[in-house]
Design a protein around this ligand. Sequence first.
Ligand code: ATP
Ligand code: MG
Length: 395
Amino acid sequence: MAVIKETIIAKYGEIILKGGNRPRFEKLLVSNIQNALRNIGKCRITIKQAAIYVDEFDEDKIDLITKRMADVFGIVSVTRAALCEKSLNVIFDTAKEYLKDDLSMPQRFKVEAKRADKSFPMTSTELAIALGGMLDDQFPDIVCDVHEPETTVRCEVRERGAYIYIAQKCIKGQGGMPQGSGSRATLLLSGGIDSPVAGYMIAKRGVTIDAVNFFSFPYTSERAKEKVIELASIVARYTSKMNLYIVPFTEIQLQIRDKCPEEYMTLIMRRFMMRIAERIAKRNGSKALITGESVGQVASQTLAALDVTNAVVDMPVLQPLIGMDKLEVIQISERIGTYGTSILPYEDCCTVFTPKHPKINPKRGDVEKFEARLDIEELERQAVEDTELIEVYPS
Ligand code: ATP
Ligand code: MG
């Protein structure tokens, strides 16, 4: 009976299209994987021919490593595979043993072979036919069907040996670009469902994220703040350490409430948030702001309202959820693990000061006129001065 040595193979996506820059992206990806596996103990990571191999780890850590790798941006799939010597006999013995549980039930199957090491004496097709024939003989309940297989056995002959695995058992990775490859942006992070997803989506494109939260003590509680920190730490699982800026917002909200028409309350608040976030972003070297709006979701997210809100900043405002339905956003938030925290029932600074009849079709000129009743510069300066910085680590 063959002794099985298991290893992990991950495939990466878009980086392959990077031409001359590809080595730089690959290096970053490997370093991000090293980071993700840092506290799992020893292992060896190598990158070759558009695949990443992890081996020399403690056997009982294999599931954990596979899962962690699937969460690293840039990786599109991860699988466990048997690694064996590159001779047909050993490949046969290994496949028989490694696949015996999976192939003992009736099913349609096919074999895909890939000969990346051209010194191997059979072509990819010859190897696929030989291995398929052997498996067909060995496992009486399976039938070969190259058009509609339920199970695809892959055999890749590469430099270090032959890798055998079942394609359908590959775990889907997060995709995207390696973290750190795409400069920096600042996320306006509320306690809601949308903004953590918006941050995740931009981080997925390789962008490093800082977060800003506006906080209305004592109208919002310490638990609301903890909730935001928790959300940041979940998003940080996919990024890395995150700077979270907590901006005291109560004074600004009280002044807006006292001096501006109620129907403009949310809009004027949102404009303050954008300007303050931009101030913080500029100091940190961020190149853009990120928010979680989607067109038409609420009164402050009509196109006219978004125009009035975004008009106050020079930086690009990235709104990755802009064309998505709430249900689609919820699905992503469930998948990335923020949903359960987002729906905890602690009040948000906006919900405390929501107007009964918000302005749906606002005009820039009107909003500017009402806003001019406030000492914008001084209010913002004070808010930034009193901002608390929390370093958030992945939870
Ligand atoms: P979310 O679910 O992200 O709270 P929302 O649908 O409730 O979004 P709004 O309340 O209109 O929408 O806020 C729009 C965006 O403004 C949010 O996605 C977020 O980026 C930002 N934002 C709102 N409230 C805050 C806050 N208290 N701190 C930081 N950013 C905020
Ligand atoms: Mg909200």
